[in-house]
Design a protein around this ligand. Structure first.
Ligand code: KG4
Ligand code: ZN
Length: 381
């Protein structure tokens, strides 16, 4: 099978469109990214310290027709002009995510599919992150596009342990093949990315918190403060992040800094500023928090890899963009002398994008998996 897919993603605060060429059987699919375009709303939502669903909805409605115009027209990187007859399939994220935001994408995709007379499939956003490792080969050609198809060698990858770590999810998955996977565990409360965002807010850093904390943590000492990792010694593959966020909050409180809520008053901000003036304290908090957040991910992924004799650990989702997580995971694999490869998608495919939605739609086509064509904010893996 070979097809050109137009993929649409609107589950959160990025409106994204992609044109992906997919071919090959489920044992060794190949993907070529022909176009990928993202309209980020980060700046808009940053003012509110997080994503505002109705604002996101409004922006998606505004952005989708603009992006469709852009993605179809020729540009200097890719002189091809696309129109309806070049597209074989339309794929759209149906969930999970913010329901008003998802709804916009699904309705837009339905209208487009009708107008162009094309088949339409729904995609699970988490499967997008799960399969994004299939885009992990180095970029070649232009700086903006992943143009060389990635050749999957199933014998070297499966069984694999997959770690999906984003703003909404923290899930550990056993993948026997691209077709067959099973959830081993997940977070019982906050997602790891969510805890980065909340702790960033406590530290007076802008939204989204992940990249900011990563930046600060580089200057800090991860051993400076012993934040707890309570799930570490539990035998299951679940995670928990609300306790860690609270531990950071109490640490700051003990420093005499802030009051009970995450929304800071002017007085609280002033006392935080005092903390910030203490040399390296903020960096030490960021680094220690980051280490405590990653420790259970790394330890449990490796424990699962050993238990299920995995040949690889693959990661995906916004938090998978974190270089310290890469380093930490690889160094643990090395220090335990495990013959496990760590597969990381390029950073642009860790963050929300439509390319991964195209990839997941193709895999699901091959494995005959269908999702109802309606927005479902609580869709699970
Ligand atoms: O996958 P994603 O773009 O959207 C969701 O599906 O949630 O992930 C966004 C999340 C945010 O919580 C953000 O703070 C986090 O990923 N994130 C990071 C980094 N970059 C983004 N967390 C840690 N380190 C990063 N470098
Ligand atoms: Zn995501």
């Amino acid at each position: 099978m070979r097809m050109r897919i137009l993929a649409i993603e609107t589950s959160c605060d990025e409106t994204a469109l992609a044109i992906v060429q997919a071919q090959g059987p489920v044992g060794s699919p190949k993907f070529q990214v022909e176009r990928s375009i993202i309209a980020s709303q980060v700046k808009l939502h940053a003012r509110y310290g997080g994503v505002v669903p109705n604002l996101a909805k409004r922006e998606h409605i505004r952005n989708l027709p603009i992006l469709l115009g852009k993605i179809g027209s020729a540009n200097s990187l890719n002189p091809k002009q696309y129109n309806a007859c070049d597209i074989d399939l339309i794929a759209v994220t149906v969930g999970p995510g913010l329901e008003p935001a998802l709804w916009v994408g699904v309705e837009y995709a339905k209208q487009l599919a009708k107008k162009w007379k094309k088949p339409l499939v729904g995609v699970n956003h988490i499967e997008g992150h799960l399969y994004s490792f299939l885009l992990s080969e180095k970029d070649v050609g232009s700086k903006q596009l992943h143009t060389k198809p990635y050749t999957l060698n199933p014998d070297k990858i499966f069984p694999a342990i997959a770690l999906v770590v984003s703003g909404g999810h923290t899930i550990l998955v056993l993948m026997k093949s691209l077709k067959e996977y099973k959830k081993l565990g997940e977070t019982l409360d906050d997602a790891v990315g969510e805890s980065f965002d909340k702790v960033a807010r406590l530290l007076n850093l802008p939204y989204p918190g992940g990249p900011e904390i990563e930046k600060f943590a580089r200057k800090g000492n991860p051993q400076a403060i012993a934040f707890p990792s309570p799930v570490l010694n539990q035998k299951n593959y679940n995670f928990s992040y609300s306790g860690l966020k609270t531990a950071v909050l109490y640490y700051l409180k003990n420093l005499g800094s802030i009051a009970s809520d995450f929304s800071l008053s002017r007085r609280e901000k002033e006392s935080l500023r005092k903390i910030e003036s203490r040399k390296n304290l903020k960096a030490d908090i960021a680094a220690s928090f980051q280490r405590a957040a990653f420790l259970p991910l790394v330890v449990k992924a490796i424990r699962a890899a050993k238990e299920f004799k995995a040949k690889s650990i693959v990661i995906g989702g916004g938090v998978a963009a974190n270089k310290e997580l890469h380093r930490f995971l690889k160094s643990k694999v090395k220090s335990e002398k495990l013959k496990i490869s760590v597969v990381i998608p390029p950073i642009k495919y860790c963050m929300d994008n439509a390319v991964m939605i195209g990839v997941a739609s193709y895999i699901n086509k091959l494995r005959n998996r269908k999702y109802p064509l309606e927005a479902n904010g609580n869709l699970n893996l």
